[in-house]
Design a protein around this ligand. Structure first.
Ligand SMILES: Cc1cc2nc3c(=O)[nH]c(=O)nc-3n(C[C@H](O)[C@H](O)[C@H](O)COP(=O)(O)OP(=O)(O)OC[C@H]3O[C@@H](n4cnc5c(N)ncnc54)[C@H](O)[C@@H]3O)c2cc1C
Length: 418
């Protein structure tokens, strides 16, 4: 089958890989000059099925107010006249009940676990390297209240069979020796030993090269301007200069997925939640993290990527705005400087922002199920697109190939929104 994959972020490229492995003739199209140049470019590098949870949960509306008022706070909402923003926020608030949280989390964990396992299998098969590490992730608590509050999270981890270690300060230092320099600043941590880390952009670039070797064609610097339909099928897509046809079409445009779909009557509740990262060159190996440390107070994930420290965080609801805001950089600098003061040269930090493609309930949208029989979606991965990418690409390729995926993908279908 001839398949057009629209978008070459980590989700589009993993889709292309598994489709090509299944024997399809695949072309990937992207407006950027190379793969992973938008949201997949400089994320926090966590592959964390253990933390795959929806943002919408019980207590979040109250916490959100506290976060917005905090100095170095992790949440910013810039209200604007945007009906899609209002609708998305309303839907997200509706998902903040215990029952919906449990249902949404139960939809996210299987695809995230499957994804990590698929990534492992891919690594074993093709030997791809991307500054990867398999040393777990550590959620670091600065207050006793946070430490005690982890009991709720632990119940959830137990329920889903996720291995964990609740650590005292010495246990944290054993896992992350550089924290010995700042002992006294934290009360303990929750470590998920099965989580991994790695550079998403490096991975996507390398996988795209492997895709090309396997026969996948890439067309960069090419913007899709419309999706063209004929009754119940997609007939073609248009670029600025030509019309392209295929048997099947995969929309993997990340946060930009709703735009062209809307014009053909397909509504998906994906909205951008902006985040920021800094990348800092390591100056002292012994004073840098060995894996991911999640600073629970500021919700900043600090990850070791080769000879760099990447720190990512902030949820800013401000539409499709890519302005780099100094105040957000200050939060990231504060968290890294406070926990790893001698690890890297903050004066040399590079600053980046990206738009997480978030659904209001949390799980991504994977599969067909629209009114067009040859249209497939692989989008809405929010905070976990790197974590879920391989599994999502593999599941989608199975669906398009008429095979039953290894995990039940029906709860991830667009039809869940009615
Ligand atoms: C600060 C931050 C930290 C994060 N940390 C983590 C983390 O630690 N772990 C994790 O799992 N996830 C993390 N994420 C989330 C993760 O980065 C995203 O979920 C993931 O990158 C989304 O990938 P994607 O392929 O769907 O979107 P993208 O990477 O944005 O790809 C979409 C592609 O579509 C293309 N496109 C869009 N419209 C058009 C058009 N009309 N024509 C042609 N091309 C088009 C774009 O150019 C782009 O290349 C983080 C995100 C942010 C912002």
């Amino acid at each position: 089958m001839k398949v057009l994959v629209l978008g070459s972020g980590v989700v589009g490229v993993t889709s292309a890989w598994y489709l090509a492995q299944a024997g399809h003739e695949v072309t990937v199209i992207d407006r950027q000059p190379g793969p992973a140049r938008e949201t997949s470019f400089a994320n926090a590098g966590e592959i964390s099925p253990g933390y795959s949870s929806p943002w919408a949960g019980p207590g979040v509306p109250v916490k959100a107010i506290k976060w917005m008022l905090m100095h170095f706070g992790p949440l910013v909402v810039r209200p604007k006249f945007d009906p899609y923003m209002a609708l998305w926020l309303a839907k997200m608030l509706r998902n903040c009940t215990s029952m919906r949280y449990a249902r949404n989390k139960a939809r996210m964990v299987p695809i995230a676990e499957y994804s990590r396992d698929s990534l492992k299998a891919l690594r074993a098969e093709v030997g791809i390297s991307y500054d990867e590490r398999m040393q777990g992730t550590l959620q670091l608590f600065r207050t006793q209240k946070q430490y005690d509050g982890s009991a709720g999270d632990i119940e959830v981890l137990k329920h889903f069979g996720v291995p964990y270690e609740l650590l005292d300060p010495n246990g944290c230092i054993k896992a992350e020796p550089a924290l010995a320099h700042v002992k006294g600043k934290f009360t303990g941590g929750l470590r998920l030993p099965n989580d991994e880390t790695g550079d998403c952009q490096m991975f996507t670039e390398k996988l795209a090269a492997l895709c090309a070797e396997a026969g996948v064609k890439f067309r960069f610097n090419t913007t899709i301007t419309s999706i063209n339909t004929s009754t119940s099928r997609i007939a073609s897509v248009s670029t600025e200069t030509e019309e392209l046809t295929a048997d099947a079409y995969v929309v993997a445009f990340g946060s930009y997925s709703p735009f062209l779909l809307r014009r053909i009557g397909v509504y998906i509740p994906v909205y951008p939640v902006k985040g920021y990262s800094i990348t800092v060159p390591i100056t002292n190996e012994d004073a840098a993290p060995v894996s991911t440390v999640m600073d629970e107070t500021y919700k900043v994930a600090i990850t070791r990527l080769g000879d760099r420290i990447r720190a990512g965080g902030t949820a800013e609801i401000s539409g499709y705005d890519l302005t780099l805001r100094e105040k957000r950089q200050a939060t990231l600098m504060h968290s890294v400087g406070d926990l790893f003061p001698k690890g890297g040269d903050l004066a040399e930090a590079s600053f980046w922002t990206g738009l997480r493609p978030m659904t209001p309930d949390g799980p991504p949208i994977i599969g067909g199920g629209t009114r067009y029989s040859n249209l497939y979606l692989n989008t809405g991965h929010g905070t976990l697109g790197w974590t879920m990418s391989c599994g999502s690409g593999r599941v989608l390729a199975d669906i398009i190939s008429g095979k039953s995926p290894d995990v039940d993908a029906s709860p991830l279908n667009i039809s869940r929104y009615g």
